[in-house]
Design a protein around this ligand. Sequence first.
Ligand SMILES: C[S@@+](CC[C@H](N)C(=O)[O-])C[C@H]1O[C@@H](n2cnc3c(N)ncnc32)[C@H](O)[C@@H]1O
Length: 273
Amino acid sequence: MTTTTTEAPADTPADIPAEAGAGGLGTALTTAYSDAIAEVYDEIYPSTPDLEDIADFLLTLTAPGASVLELGVGTGRVALPLADKGFRVHGVDSSEGMLARLAEKDPEGRITPVHADFAALDLGRTFDVVLAPFNSLCCAVTPDEQIALMHAVARHTAPDGHVVIETFDPSDYHVQKKNEINTYPVAGRGAMIESIGVLPASQNMMVHNTLFLDGEPPKSATTVMRYLWPSELDLLAGIARLELSARYAGWREQPFDGGDSRKMCVSVYRPLP
Ligand SMILES: C[S@@+](CC[C@H](N)C(=O)[O-])C[C@H]1O[C@@H](n2cnc3c(N)ncnc32)[C@H](O)[C@@H]1O
């Protein structure tokens, strides 16, 4: 896989060699899926005040102007508010469709886009914060892919830097017996129907979406995710020599007690010396 950055600054190579060991099923499926839904992504997952909280959360860890590598930048829903607060953000994504939407929303080029498989990434530099929000880590769909991704996270984290990973609590999904069906309106233009099935033995979720837009034939896309519990996340982090330093139930540092299902989990790791 050729990995490239566009409009790369001087400290980022324009052509990044991919490493072996990643780029598996997860990357192929997610890339096709992301390309298919990029045009409606911001309507389905609108920007919420929560996203503004991420910048404030990062400011509790590091100083304004710090460098951030966002894994799975998508349309820039998280990255653009970070840039607003002065963070210098590189955003990696394997989907050209997502990066095209980001470019439309960021005409000044405040975010440095990196078109690459994040699990194979080697930019040859480190960042003050490596950030994987909104379940991006779950886009790696096997334990081996998740380990490769965690090694990529570790090699891009400065020795005194932080890793911040947001994941959902999978407890309800893990015991789900029937597919969950969700409908998302796409304002004035149609709707997206989402069906989520679960394979508990492998901790995989099969997410199938069909997009119905006025005047267009229905468009379907399927992706796979691999969910994991916080203890497994800590295990993966340990394999990559990262140590848990804090865990919260949200970006406002809500206490994490492992209770409510589907609660988001924000984990902060530091590199071990
Ligand atoms: C759940 S979305 C999150 C996007 C963004 N962080 C947000 O909160 O809106 C996950 C993103 O990760 C990207 N992605 C998934 N697998 C990837 C991979 N192996 N390498 C790079 N990007 C990937 C997808 O294309 C998608 O844009």
